[in-house]
Design a protein. Structure first.
Length: 165
């Protein structure tokens, strides 16, 4: 009996072993990985498309004034890092690279060190995601944080790709 690996198209996607010449269905755990991969791709696409402009945000978030001075402030970034380590690092990792202890969720956490992510994101979008969470993902709403704390967190998260970590 000969076995061959039958890959499913796509980087990081699952495949399954099959006896040569016979069709085989993927096992349920492989199907779950494919489903997770699909959900992660769909969520990332939704975030990317929505991040290019603020039109997908609720009106109150489109109108929110971005405190540019605070976002550029080294002090705000330092406070934001402390908040990040307390509230976000479990999923997003201490380096904000998406490699936290809970990175194996069905939708992986964002990698804030990715410069491509930084180029397509907007401070209002980050503020919105922190405030409201992301439906259909493990990203919770952080309504317990004060507005100043959220902006400090936004300042840190937006600075990570520029710092290199």
């Amino acid at each position: 009996m000969r076995w061959a690996f039958a890959p499913v198209a796509g980087k990081g996607s699952c495949g399954f072993w099959t006896e040569t010449g016979k069709r085989s269905q993927p096992r349920q755990d492989e199907g779950m990985r494919a489903r997770r991969s699909f959900l992660a791709t769909a969520a990332a696409l939704q975030l990317c498309l929505g991040a290019c402009d603020t039109s997908g945000l609720p009106q109150r978030y489109r109108d929110v004034e971005v405190p540019a001075g605070r976002i550029a402030s080294l002090e705000a970034r330092a406070r934001g890092r402390e908040l990040f380590l307390e509230h976000c690092a479990l999923c997003h990792g201490e380096r904000a690279d998406g490699r936290g202890r809970r990175r194996s969720w069905s939708v992986p956490p964002a990698d804030f060190t990715d410069r491509a992510w930084r180029e397509r994101i907007d401070p209002r979008r980050v503020y919105y995601v922190v405030r409201e969470g992301v439906r259909g993902t493990p990203m919770p709403a952080w309504k317990v944080l004060a507005d100043d704390e959220v902006w400090d967190l936004v300042a840190y998260v937006l600075s990570v790709a520029d710092q290199g970590s």
